[in-house]
Write a protein that binds this ligand. Sequence first.
Ligand code: NAD
Length: 364
Amino acid sequence: ITVSALRETAAGERRVAITPEVAKKLRGKGLRVLLEHGAGAAAGFPDTAYADVEFADAAHVLAQADLLACVLSPDDDALGRLREGAVVVGQLRPHGAAARIAALAQKKLIAFALELLPRTTRAQAMDVLSSQAAVAGYRAMLIAAENAPKFFPMLTTAAGTIRPSRVLVIGAGVAGLQAIATARRLGAQIEGYDVRPETREQVESLGAKFLDLGVSAAGSGGYARELNAEERAAQQQALAEHLKVFDVVVTTAAVPGRAAPKILTTAMVDGMKPGALIVDLAAESGGNCELTRPGERVEHGGVVILGPLNLAAGAPLHASEMYARNIYNFVELLIRDGALQPDFEDELVAKSCVTRNGEALLNA
Ligand code: NAD
């Protein structure tokens, strides 16, 4: 069985789906590992770091791969060069990507979108949403610290005392909690907010204060549900009042398969302190702030709104290490009796599969 990865081609993407450590583990399972020249270079893994791995150009890799692991989906041209029946595993961004899924199906590929894995205990070791969200949350807070006009920590100096920055994190999922932990390490005074009631304890366990706005919206599978109009109005009214005190707001709120909830309105931003900074980690799916422009810096009144994209690619070495381990754990599921034969009775396999037997599945 040949397991392969290409050099990722999305703009700014520096991660790689197979690291030297994981290549070694795959070899240990008796699999052949064939990578494109320079596949890991941008993540800090030159070809020479991979022991006992074959390298070739992309066309050769695609022609021979039985299983292609990717960080993001390769383009249609690359997918078209894979052999019929080949397996593709990665973050295929299945929501709202009907055309790409149809293309995968038409090429008779067996494709697994790891974003669709259920968030169960057994799936944790393959949970790319979690591993990459942790990187994104960390990076978002560093970007906030770098761009804020203030220090994060309190300083007592001969030139007077500097008060710590007040930081709010909206959305306390995996990314939000990592952002909170990072702000704590930098010495900010930090509060966290979420609509899932169980996040209170998680926020507090990081030494942050939980901001209670009295709106609760737990959905299914551990996710939040969308707020109705009344709840959204109540949330916005309560939040507008609190926002006035914060120097930095990092937003991470998401509802699976939907555009990011718009939580911060223009009027709310108008009420913020001059010099305040918003880092909108949800920019990729439309943003949590009405003023966010994905990938751009917006100035509104005295407030700066940043909408950074693909944050996990900004710490590519550790992001790749975690991602590749996720991939390895998933690939292990697909190999039975020494052959690549996914067990579609297994819910992790069944729920993440988006194309099979030439058909796009309802999971997508
Ligand atoms: P996510 O990226 O889907 O959303 C980020 C956060 O935004 C969530 O905490 C959500 O509650 C919050 N949110 C949504 N709408 C909001 C709104 N209008 N206002 C404020 N906050 C809002 O979430 P995630 O980080 O992927 O985590 C989702 C769930 O999965 C959590 O329950 C997490 O604990 C769970 N999880 C489970 C496992 C596992 O057991 N395998 C692994 C990771 C995460």
